[in-house]
Design a binder for this molecule. Structure first.
Ligand SMILES: Nc1ncnc2c1ncn2[C@@H]1O[C@H](COP(=O)(O)OP(=O)(O)O)[C@@H](O)[C@H]1O
Ligand SMILES: [Mg+2]
Length: 331
């Protein structure tokens, strides 16, 4: 088997903060942002990398780009160590930090693209053909002459995506690329990423708060908390493990008292509509048959657990597990 495109082995990153304690004295405080992360991302995968605020997502991305150096552990991207081969890697990697643009603020968008051509020393013909594709797919044509600072957030993000992909990288790191975007822009960015991945085989590592992005896009979902991986699998696997219940949505012909069958909990009632929660191991067919004996039913559907709820549960369980493990350490 070939080596994964991205490899992290027991990576740690500790920041040392010097804080004032009183008027003269200073104390040192250590913050462990990444606490022993191991992760292999094969070429061609879209890997979601999520976690609560402060979990260590951005720090991981910065280590992968070579902006930050890991305190310990091994980091390889396309077989190269970003710490020592950063320049070589920049040609093979694209990055978007949603909170910060890499475009030149006062220049028209087109000028940023031209500057990037020189930064990456791209052949003019290659550059032109790639740029025209990106402009078309990301629909940038109407504001190529607009200074970046005058662009809307969604336009700017599309500009940033084009900038990150202009030099035809193999790997794309996206740190919160849809933050602050409206639903339409988000969907557009998602669609674009799927296309880039499918057509060019670009490997994507995506951090986001928006789990709809993850559900739409990611082959795999790695969940981190306090600098550690707490869950790793496909979205479907994580839902199966943590989203233990499904919901049967029933529209009765007439309003009914909440259904009280064994194995079912009526979690919500709204007129003739009821939301009945049941364990995922229970046969939906049997439950439906039972419900239909209770009263006349107009319509039925089964809802899978919502990804947000599932991930909240992952965090909740991980915290409990960590606390339990720490308790054992102390005993
Ligand atoms: N340059 C830094 N100096 C000190 N602490 C930092 C620095 N960067 C990040 N941290 C701390 O490391 C932890 C992880 O931060 P970060 O990687 O930005 O998390 P995330 O992107 O998941 O929200 C946080 O506690 C944060 O305060
Ligand atoms: Mg972050």
């Amino acid at each position: 088997m070939s080596e994964p495109l991205i490899r992290l082995v027991d990576v740690r990153k500790t920041f040392v903060l010097r804080e004032r304690a009183g008027r003269i004295r200073r104390t040192k405080r250590e913050v462990t942002a990444v606490d022993g992360i191991s992760l292999d991302v094969p070429a061609g995968q879209i890997c979601g990398y999520i976690g609560p605020n402060g979990a260590g997502k951005s720090t991981t991305v910065k280590i992968l780009t070579g902006i930050l150096t890991a305190t310990s552990g091994t980091v390889r991207v396309a077989g190269l160590d970003p710490r020592t081969r950063r320049v070589e890697l920049t040609r093979r990697v694209g990055v978007v930090f949603g909170q910060r643009t890499q475009l030149w603020w006062d220049l028209p968008l087109a000028d940023s693209f031209e500057l990037l051509r020189h930064v990456y020393r791209r052949d003019l013909a290659d550059h032109r053909s790639r740029l025209s594709t990106l402009v078309e797919v990301l629909d940038l044509g109407a504001f190529l002459a607009t200074p970046v600072r005058q662009l809307s957030l969604g336009q700017r993000m599309r500009g940033d995506l084009a900038a990150a992909l202009l030099h035809a990288p193999e790997v794309l790191y996206l740190d919160e690329p849809t933050i602050g975007l409206d639903v339409v822009s988000k969907a557009r960015v998602g669609e674009f990423l799927r296309r880039v991945n499918a057509e060019q085989g670009v490997t994507v590592l995506l951090t986001t708060h928006d789990l709809a992005d993850v559900e739409r896009l990611c082959d795999r979902l790695v969940v981190i908390d306090r600098g550690r991986v707490i869950s790793d699998g496909t979205v479907a696997q994580i839902k199966q493990t943590y989203g233990r219940t499904r919901t049967l949505l029933v529209d009765f012909v007439e309003p009914q008292a909440p259904v009280t069958l064994q194995g079912i909990t009526a979690v919500r009632v709204d007129g003739p509509r009821q939301w009945l929660s049941f364990d995922r191991t229970t046969s939906a067919a049997q439950l439906i048959a039972q419900v239909m004996q209770e009263a006349s039913v107009r319509d039925l559907s089964i809802e899978e657990p919502h990804i947000d709820d599932v991930v909240r549960q992952v965090y909740g369980l991980a915290r409990e597990q960590l606390l339990a493990a720490e308790g054992e350490d102390r005993a």
